[in-house]
Design a protein around this ligand. Structure first.
Ligand SMILES: NC(=O)c1ccc[n+]([C@@H]2O[C@H](COP(=O)([O-])OP(=O)(O)OC[C@H]3O[C@@H](n4cnc5c(N)ncnc54)[C@H](O)[C@@H]3O)[C@@H](O)[C@H]2O)c1
Length: 276
């Protein structure tokens, strides 16, 4: 039976696939028939996941801050699997104290801005440029993982948000420039996603703040981003390009103050309560 969500015969490079959203995406895409390249700076974790997935997976060392490493990762992919159909630009720089140091602009240190743009923007640009000749051959596609913080303002992660907004625009530019050659480019913008790291480290008070603004009532899981990525990479989305699909449980679609307004209007707020 024809199933447009299937990814049989496709070769997908997924950056940042050793953990979090990327690893769930790699498992999901492999389950739909793709051959997946787990490209990550955390090579040991990437290898472990590749072994778990099996012959349809390849672990590749990738440092998005290093153009030579990017070129080598794309070359290794094509050498091993013979083609490239899907590029998922999912990795982002967060470690080394970057997220903690990325606050308001008046106190921003130059390295925070530079590191964020070097990995998230320059890295995404370079790997996409290196992948493009192969994607043009296969009439392939690109899916970028951005963030709600690239679409809405916030009081922290100023540099990170600016990098994600830049990738939203890059998504439109690539869709426009290469669409007639058969290459699509879309983005997925997650809200708060409880990856193992975030589930462990995200302060419960902050999580409650987000969930109180979430019509769905809960933060998402990695599968809530992996599924839209796999959809946008599939033929089921062949008429969709240049778009940023928000997967945030509805956080960004309403007037702020969901809990307070519900209480003020006497409307049940707890997701398990019903309207009777
Ligand atoms: N988890 C969330 O709540 C959330 C929310 C919004 C957006 N996002 C975005 O989703 C994507 C995945 O997030 P996640 O939560 O799974 O992150 P994560 O930190 O769990 O995983 C990121 C992966 O990227 C890799 N990486 C980091 N720097 C790299 C580099 N220089 N070169 C190659 N690989 C590198 C890491 O080793 C890691 O495996 C990111 O783009 C992130 O900005 C996540």
């Amino acid at each position: 039976m024809f199933d447009a969500l299937r990814l049989d015969e496709k070769v997908a490079v997924i950056t940042g696939a050793a953990g979090g959203i990327g690893s769930t995406t790699a498992r999901l895409m492999a389950g739909r028939g793709a051959r997946v390249v787990i490209a990550d700076i955390a090579f040991e974790a990437a290898e472990k996941l590749a072994q778990e997935i099996g012959d349809n997976a390849l672990a590749v060392h990738l440092d998005l801050a290093d153009s030579d490493s990017i070129r080598a990762a794309i070359a290794r992919t094509v050498d091993h699997f013979g083609r490239l159909d899907i590029l998922v630009n999912n990795a982002a720089a967060t470690g080394g104290g970057l997220t903690e140091a990325d606050g308001l602009l008046h106190a921003m240190e130059d390295w925070v801005w530079d590191r964020s743009f070097q990995v998230n923007c320059r890295g995404t640009m370079v790997i996409t440029r290196e992948a493009l000749p192969h994607l043009l051959k296969t009439r392939g596609c690109i899916v970028n993982t951005v963030s709600g913080l690239g679409l809405q303002g916030h009081v922290h992660q100023t540099a990170y948000g600016a990098t994600k907004a830049a990738i939203v625009q890059l998504t439109r530019s690539l869709a426009t420039a290469y669409g007639r050659q058969g290459v699509r480019c879309n983005a997925v913008a997650p809200g708060l996603i409880l990856t193992p790291v975030i589930a462990k480290d995200f302060p419960p008070k902050w999580r409650a703040l987000v969930e109180d603004e979430t019509p769905r009532g809960t933060a998402g899981g990695p599968e809530d981003i992996a599924e839209p990525i796999a959809f946008l990479a599939s033929d089921a989305a062949k008429n969709i390009t240049g778009q940023t699909l928000v997967s945030d449980g509805g956080v960004s679609v309403h007037i702020p103050g969901l809990k307070a307004y519900s209480e003020a209007f006497g409307i049940p707020f707890d997701p398990v309560e019903t309207l009777g």
